[in-house]
Design a protein around this ligand. Structure first.
Ligand SMILES: CC(=O)N[C@@H](CCC[C@H](N)C(=O)O)C(=O)O
Length: 373
């Protein structure tokens, strides 16, 4: 596929972002795009809103897996692009439109010129939540077509186009979502002493739990607690009976997540007493760390060099990725693809440079071929 066709696909996909497990339009778009490819060597199976596509090899000794995530985020786009999201309040603000396009580009090349081994393309729903990788791994299709090696990429806005980055070992953090509901007693804003104000309780809670990271966790064991959303009350002169916090916990060691959860629960008990309220905690989706196999990172480094691009050693990031579950089952790696955007991941103005798409396709294709040689 030429660059203009790839950019066209990316722009089409950019216009139809859908949240986790609602990616029906996206799934249909991908299936339709794949219909244009040489069908001779393809076997296609859908799974919920995801898709497995196997390019049957000429003399297969192994299955090489490549995964692309397909969901968008609940963010109102502010890019001003002519091809901006047509789904109000939803946006491909994490580059999954790039991820899908690159996978389609590499798939088209392999469908046209298959290698000896089988190559399994996995279009995975719900990476941003509630997590599609784990149930997809448990599916019959994955178990039947279980890859021997697997890899994936993620766009990196802070890296220039032509630079990629990865590392052996830990790349992405362990994560847990965090949802906390406060219930107190509402009332007239003029009589706070007759109420249990949940806006005060929840906002104090947000600042207090930051002490868990600074005072309860070994400074050598990094952790993040971020609250991204606060809800509470209805009107300016009524004290709120209910409030809700939504956030995420990130740690570099899996066991530190449990420590943080225990500490949050202890803080909650104290708050129930001091604010005379009830607090309910739900941890939503939990993702396992992304841990790269050094052998394949080294192989990839060689491919990047041979293809004429720049490989930069990565640092661990506090981003989460349920691809970590796939790497727990199957050896492989993940890498960052430079897309040079002035606005970062999860920003309403994320504007990745489309000239990185062709580089992604070339690197995925070349990596698969190298893994098979
Ligand atoms: C690459 C990336 O940005 N991934 C997301 C994964 C979200 C996991 C889950 N919804 C959570 O917030 O814990 C990220 O936010 O890192």
């Amino acid at each position: 596929m030429d660059e203009q066709t790839l950019i066209g696909i990316r722009r089409d996909l950019h216009q139809i972002p859908e949240l986790g497990f609602c990616e029906e339009q996206t799934q249909q778009y991908i299936l339709k795009a794949v219909k244009q490819f040489n069908q001779e060597h393809l076997t296609i199976k859908t799974w919920k809103t995801g898709i497995f596509i196997k390019v049957n090899g000429k003399n297969p000794k192994q299955i090489i897996g490549y995964r692309a995530d397909i969901d968008g985020l609940p963010i109102r786009e502010e890019t001003g692009f002519s091809f901006a999201s047509t789904h109000l309040g939803q946006m491909h603000a994490c580059g999954h439109d790039f991820h899908m396009t690159i996978a389609l580009g590499a798939l088209e090349r392999l469908a046209q010129a298959p290698i000896n081994d089988d190559v399994l393309f996995i279009f995975q729903p719900a990476e941003e939540g509630p997590g599609g990788a784990l149930p997809m791994i448990q599916s019959e299709v994955f178990q039947d077509w279980k890859p021997d090696i697997i890899f994936a990429l993620h766009v990196a806005p802070e890296l220039p186009v032509g630079t990629v980055s990865s590392k052996s070992g830990l790349l992405f953090a362990n994560t847990s979502e965090l949802f906390i509901d406060f219930k107190g007693k509402g009332g007239h804003a003029a009589y706070p002493h007759l109420t249990k104000d949940m806006v005060v309780a929840a906002s104090t809670f947000v600042t207090q739990i930051q002490q868990i990271v600074s005072r309860r966790i070994d400074p050598l064991e990094s952790a993040v607690i971020s609250i991204g959303k606060i809800d509470g009350g209805f009107v300016q002169n009524v004290i709120a009976e209910n409030a809700r916090l939504e956030g995420t916990i990130r740690t570099l060691q899996p066991q530190v997540i449990s420590t943080i959860k225990r500490e949050i629960e202890a803080f909650a008990k104290g708050f129930e007493y001091s604010h005379d309220c009830t607090i309910t905690i739900d941890y939503g989706a939990n993702y396992y760390q992304v841990y790269n196999d050094g052998t394949y990172v080294d192989l990839f480094r060689t491919v990047v060099d041979e293809e004429g691009y720049l490989f930069q050693d990565a640092k661990e990031a506090m981003t989460g990725e349920d691809f970590g579950y796939m790497l727990k089952e199957v050896p492989g790696f993940m890498f960052w693809l430079g897309v040079d955007s002035p606005f970062g991941l999860h920003h309403s103005k994320l504007a990745p440079d489309e000239s990185a798409i062709g580089i992604g396709v070339q690197l995925v294709d070349a990596t698969v071929r190298k893994m098979s040689s």
